[in-house]
Design a protein around this ligand. Structure first.
Ligand code: NI
Length: 393
């Protein structure tokens, strides 16, 4: 749908959606607590006459729109949750909730998908089924994973799924489509080293966990530098090392923790196996006991070739100035759309939010979603559904 057509057929849509966006921004809610937002979303969708399902993954909302007989099905997904930080903006739609803020633009994602549902519900220029997925708890809590586990794609089978995130630092209304990996997998680990505490002046009577831990931190870095293909981007960061309280006491235990980021599921497995191997070696070398808890977090988000092809084609039609980025590096950040992208061919794109002036970057207390890109986002969703569900009639 072209910019002009959208304005002609839906003259007040963008201003109404901007109001919805600002209303959600002013009333942010944390993971799995998005009750007000979910009610707003469900009411809006019911008002459009869509079939609406609530309570999926607690606060998730799904709406189904069919047009014509048969045809394929696609899922379009937005996230609804905010972040636990104080907003430092002073505009009228700033957060009314202390310590909670839409600092990642999920207010904009939700509003744009509502706008797209409205346009698609009225124009119906497609044959097939659009499943609108409004998921809770994208930030850290894995609401997308829970929706999949609660049968999202069994209840609402689709042939492809699509996600979108605003991206500060990219020109407003431009669109980035990655081939293959777009966001990293994020795992976390906790390590407990147990030795024998004792007098710092008589180390031979103790088993020193600080020395063993120091050796462990260094040895773990060899996994990336020596065991991983240099062309496979991988990060292992030890971010926590806690041991001891006094100058003259060798502590009994040390606690370490950190994160592993990769772009391929095989590398997650290889990193975990390598960490276990190194821990066993350090145990033998230093006579300590080491307990490693390795927790798989969000998998890498990997765009399927056929889905990315569609997204690139649509992006070229709707991006401001036709500006489509196809050669950007993926982000080391993680995204739980990955759980949906593991189930069905999928593509996740970035929508430029503007240059990020004044600290308008993701997760910053100065962030705000750019309402100037609402129209581009809505056109993208509408055109993508029309392109993926061609109307043969
Ligand atoms: Ni986000």
């Amino acid at each position: 749908m072209h910019a002009k057509l959208l304005e002609e057929q839906f003259p007040d849509l963008i201003s109404r959606i901007a109001q919805v966006r600002r209303d959600i921004h002013a009333h942010p809610e944390l993971a799995f607590g998005e009750t007000r937002t979910a009610a707003l979303v469900a009411d809006y969708l019911r008002g459009l006459g869509l079939e609406v399902h609530t309570g999926i993954a607690q606060t998730g909302v799904v709406a189904v729109l069919k047009s014509g007989e048969g045809g394929p099905a696609v899922a379009l997904r937005a996230d609804m949750d905010a972040l636990p930080l104080d907003e430092h903006n002073h505009f009228p739609h700033r957060s009314k909730q202390p310590g909670v803020m839409h600092a990642c633009g999920h207010d904009g994602h939700t509003a744009m998908l509502l706008g797209a549902a409205e346009v698609l519900g009225k124009t119906r220029n497609f044959r097939g089924t659009v499943v609108f997925v409004f998921q809770p708890a994208e930030e850290h809590e894995g609401g997308g994973q829970r929706m999949v586990e609660e049968g999202l794609f069994r209840r609402f089978p689709v042939d492809m799924a699509f996600g979108l995130h605003n991206w500060p630092g990219l020109p407003a209304g431009s669109i980035a489509v990655h081939q293959g990996p777009v966001m990293a997998g994020a795992d976390r680990f906790d390590i407990t080293i147990t030795g024998r505490g004792g007098h710092a002046a008589m180390p031979h009577q103790a088993v020193d966990v600080v020395l063993a831990g120091s050796a462990l931190v260094q040895a773990l870095q060899s996994l990336v530098s020596r065991n991983t293909d240099p062309l496979d981007s991988t990060v292992l960061s030890v971010t926590r090392f806690e041991a001891g309280h006094a100058d003259n006491v060798l502590p009994e235990t040390a606690q370490l923790g950190g994160t592993v980021r990769t772009f391929r599921p095989e590398l997650q497995a290889a990193m975990e196996a390598g960490m276990r191997r190194i821990c066993t070696g350090i145990e033998a070398t230093y006579g300590v006991g080491i307990d490693l808890e390795y927790e798989r977090g969000y998998p890498p988000t990997i765009n399927a070739d056929d889905a990315a092809f569609l997204c690139r084609e649509v992006a070229r039609q709707v991006a401001v100035g036709g500006e489509v980025h196809t050669q950007l590096k993926p982000s080391m950040g993680a995204e739980d759309f990955a759980f949906m992208a593991r189930e069905v061919p999928a593509c996740y794109v970035w929508l430029g939010n503007g240059p990020g002036e004044g600290g308008c970057m993701l997760h910053s207390p100065h962030y705000d979603f750019n309402d100037d890109v609402l129209a581009t986002g809505i056109r993208y969703w509408v055109r993508l559904a029309e392109r993926a569900l061609p109307n043969d009639a």
